[in-house]
Each structure stands twice: as C-alpha cells, then as structure tokens.
Write a protein that binds this ligand. Structure first.
Ligand code: SF4
Length: 231
C-alpha cells in the first residue's frame, strides 16, 4: 500500500495523548478538507509502495506496542485489513484515525479515533474543483458508518472547531449516530496549525467543554514540534 511516512513519536491528541507510539500514515484520502494539515496524503498523495511485511518490519524497529494507523484515510487502503490483523497477531495496541466515512467491517482495532468532518472542511470549487467539492460534501457525514464504528469498538469522537457556531453542528452529528455517546468520549480540538491559532481558540473551547461535559483535547504535537512532518 502507499505509505506516506512511518515515524515514532508521542500521541498528540485524544485519550492516549503523550503515549509513545509508531505512526503509520497511508497516502490517499476520499475527502479533501480545505484546511487539511497532511495535504501530502490527501490533496497531493505522495509516498512509497510498501508490503504488509515491510511495514511490520519498520514498525517493529521501535520500542512500543502502541501503533496509530492514520492518513489520509487509512480505511481506503485495500491491504489495511491484513495489516491490522498482523498487528493484532503481534499484540499491538491499535488506534485507527479515521474520518468515519468507511465502514470498519470487523477490522481489529483497540481505539477508533473518529474525526467527523464539519461544514467548514468542505473545499470551495475554486480550491478543489466542482467534483471534489461535491464528493466531499456527499461523503463527509455518514451516520450509519459512524454507528458501525461506535457500536463495535472503544472510540473517541474528535471535532475540530473553528468557531463557537461549529458546536451546534457537532451536536447534530452526535445525535445522528443513533447510539448514546457519553460526553467524555467527545473531544474538541481548536482548528489551527500554529500555536498562535490554537491559543486564540482554546479558551472558548474550554468554556464550551465546561458547559457540555465534552473533553478538551490539546494538539500536543503542534505545541512540541510545530506543524512538521514525522512528528
Ligand atoms: S480527512 Fe483527514 S487526511 Fe483527508 S483531507 Fe480531511 S484532514 Fe486531510
């Protein structure tokens, strides 16, 4: 499968923040978020073709059992079920970072880290062309797929919020899933790829969390390293 990068770092977001983990980033995505922070795995997918065995060897160079499969959208990679089965066989803790637009179909997973995309992610026709703008809008929210993930796995729902108005849309997405979602499984993150942009949004996000019981998630990797590849 096409691999953009494999690197060893600490998890930057979500309930396992700070846990040393190997990240396997597949290249290719079925969406085109206008603010995508990994355009090299979506808008202009780059990478190296690697077999499942080569990926396993690269992952096993690092002293942790925690693996994060990310993208792009890792669930569109044809060989992904076989890779995840191999991770399971080796006793890895598997986190899958997904936008929740592709059904899991029983793949091994310990934590489904799902980031449903809100309206502010849709690219303009000028940026993405009409075809991508329409495809993104059509695919970005699929309640039945979210339900399949949330019913089958331990999960967290991560929302990137750009403004306070986005919280109503996040609330509507959660309600659409059709299963009870405990508030502490909902993580809010500020939109932004610089410390300044994150700081500008963090205080109203914290207040929103206090009012709703949702959880604030830092973006530790940006605080520690800036928006750099391989971190
Ligand atoms: S789903 Fe993720 S990888 Fe794909 S375009 Fe959106 S932010 Fe980028």
């Amino acid at each position: 499968m096409l691999i953009s990068e494999i690197f060893y770092s600490v998890q930057g977001e979500g309930s396992l923040v700070g846990v040393p983990s190997v990240f396997v980033r597949t290249s290719g995505c079925n969406l085109r978020c206008t603010w995508c922070d990994t355009p090299y795995a979506s808008w202009k997918p780059e990478g190296t073709e690697m077999s499942v065995e080569e990926i396993l060897a690269a992952v096993n160079e690092h002293p942790t059992r925690f693996v994060v499969v990310t993208g792009g959208e890792p669930m569109i990679a044809k060989e992904m079920p076989r890779l995840l089965a191999a991770f399971r066989e080796q006793g890895k803790h598997i986190t899958i970072e997904t936008a929740g637009t592709v059904a899991p179909n029983g793949v091994p997973c310990d934590l489904a880290s799902i980031s449903p995309k809100l309206a502010h992610s849709t690219p303009s026709e000028e940026k993405g062309g009409k075809a991508w703008a329409e495809k993104h809008e059509r695919l970005r929210q699929q309640p039945e797929v979210l339900q399949a993930w949330c019913s089958a796995y331990d999960y967290q729902l991560k929302f990137v919020l750009a403004s306070e108005a986005d919280s109503a849309e996040a609330r509507a997405v959660i309600a659409s899933i059709g299963v009870p979602v405990p508030p502490e499984k909902v993580l809010l993150m500020p939109e932004g790829i610089t410390q300044e942009a994150l700081k500008a949004r963090q205080m109203w996000l914290v207040e929103l969390c206090k009012a709703t019981g949702w959880r604030y998630s830092p973006r530790l990797h940006i605080d520690l390293f800036g928006n750099k590849r391989g971190t």
